[in-house]
Design a protein around this ligand. Structure first.
Ligand SMILES: [Zn+2]
Ligand SMILES: [Zn+2]
Length: 232
């Protein structure tokens, strides 16, 4: 029978008292508090700055990849680091003069890293420390988040062949030339040579396990199969 559980809210200091004496799920949370404290102390970051970096680093560990894109937030949304709210333009006339017009949102531009939005100013301030920390983790990073001279690594999902005993990761699957000879796609089993038919067909050769992966250096073979944008 499951042990009885209780949900409560703890401060960081209370949580740290359980360090090393709790279930793995709780320990994961404690580890991120410790990491946050470490960052605040050693890199002189504010609590919210450390939190966002630890969230990004946690995402790198749990998903094996961190993506990056320039984006914007608007209206009621705010930057989680500095707390700046996008807001709305104000009514210039009429009975609502001076109040926020929710039909006319303002925007704050910034970056989305993993699932975290950071405004441009905060990103500028945090980029060096974020990049430094991400470099310590085995994961696939968007080019913007890579440190200089770093080898590009890619996440490769575990998979197996349904026709033979072969197991490996998706980027070990051999490239096959597309119909009409335009590029390649990963489609041939390295074990038995069974071939997956091209795009838009039912894949009966390989089974993928998206919960498990390896991080491998980007090779010519991978570039070739990625350039075709044919993902199996
Ligand atoms: Zn900000
Ligand atoms: Zn096979």
């Amino acid at each position: 029978m499951d042990k009885m559980k209780t949900s409560i809210c703890l401060t960081d200091d209370e949580l740290l008292l359980l360090d090393g004496r709790c279930l793995p799920e709780t320990q994961t949370i404690i580890d991120s508090v410790k990491e946050r404290n470490y960052l605040s102390n050693t890199c002189s970051l504010t609590e919210s700055q450390s939190k966002v970096i630890v969230d990004i680093v946690t995402c790198a560990r749990s998903r094996g990849a961190v993506d990056f894109r320039w984006t914007a937030i608007s209206g009621w949304q705010s930057c989680p680091v500095c707390g700046k709210r996008a807001g709305y333009n104000l009514f210039k006339t009429g009975v609502n003069k001076g109040k926020e017009n929710t039909k006319k949102p303002r925007y704050i531009y910034g970056a989305k890293i993993g699932s975290e939005f950071i405004c441009n100013d905060c990103y500028k301030a945090l980029k060096p420390v974020t990049v430094r920390h991400l470099a310590l983790i085995q994961c696939e990073l968007a080019t913007e988040l890579m440190s200089e001279g770093m080898v590009k690594m890619v996440k490769s999902v575990a998979c197996k062949c349904n026709k033979c005993e072969w197991t490996g990761h998706e980027h070990q699957i051999l490239a096959k030339m597309c119909l009409m000879g335009r590029g390649y796609y990963p489609g041939k089993c390295p074990g038995c040579g069974a071939e997956k038919t091209p795009i838009f067909s039912f894949n009966d050769v390989f089974t993928y396990d998206y919960g498990s992966w390896v991080i491998v250096p980007l090779s010519e073979h991978i570039v070739k199969s990625m350039n075709d944008k044919v993902r199996v």
